[in-house]
Design a binder for this molecule. Structure first.
Ligand code: ADP
Length: 200
């Protein structure tokens, strides 16, 4: 059908049916799928024509239309003055690979990852008395994303900066260096979205 429309479009449903020696009703569901998928365009009283987009282009468009706000998960946070020991317990119990570190009012102070905690545990310091603020990567060096960013942008940022997660933040124009943490995007989020996209 695609070949016919590519060659002869714009062409009506009846004309396609005639060429295939089928009824218009038999073709209707297939035409609907091809139109919905974006491979064909339909114009009333003109007919179907080929959109010129490859399946890859359409998939790319679809991927770039997914937004952080629809995929973000709950952030797992500890306070800047929590101990490294407590951060290790939280990471273990919450089953995440990184924690956001926040100031009193939920504003972003930094991030601690598995490796940061392992590194601290390798030393001889007392983990119960060492505040997590001492070992975290701190603002303004934190790579973040916003709820209105695309999931694709978030994935690109994780890849570019070689980190496993990004805090999702709402920027406060009065405190540009202390945005409010409202969620979390991790590589697991991207894997989940990928699986969802590929579902038959
Ligand atoms: P892992 O420790 O498991 O390798 P990451 O790759 O996420 O996890 O972290 C690597 C380093 O980057 C750590 O020192 C961590 O503090 C820091 N880091 C993690 N996430 C971010 C982020 N979003 N922005 C800046 N630095 C980060």
């Amino acid at each position: 059908m695609l070949e016919i429309v590519k060659k002869e479009g714009p062409i009506t449903g009846e004309q396609i049916a005639e060429k295939l020696k089928l009824t218009r009703a038999t073709l209707r569901p297939d035409l609907a799928i091809l139109t919905m998928a974006g491979l064909l365009d339909a114009r009333p009283r003109v007919g179907y024509f080929y959109s010129g987009k490859t399946a890859n282009q359409l998939l790319g468009e679809h991927i770039r239309n997914l937004y952080v706000k629809d995929y973000k998960s709950r952030p797992v946070a500890v306070r800047e003055d929590s101990s490294v020991y407590d951060a290790i317990c939280t990471m273990f119990l919450e089953d995440v690979g990184s924690l956001v570190v926040v100031k009193k009012e939920g504003h972003l102070a930094g991030v601690v990852s598995r490796k940061d905690l392992l590194q601290a545990a390798m030393g001889k310091q007392d983990l119960q008395s060492m505040p997590v603020g001492v070992i975290m990567t701190r603002m303004p060096n934190i790579i973040t994303c916003g709820p209105e960013d695309t999931l694709y942008f978030a994935a690109l940022q994780m890849m570019r900066h070689q980190v496993d997660s990004l805090p999702v933040v709402r920027k406060d124009p009065e405190r540009p260096d202390e945005p409010e943490v409202i969620g979390r995007i991790s590589k697991t989020t991207i894997v989940k979205a990928f699986v969802e996209l590929g579902q038959p």
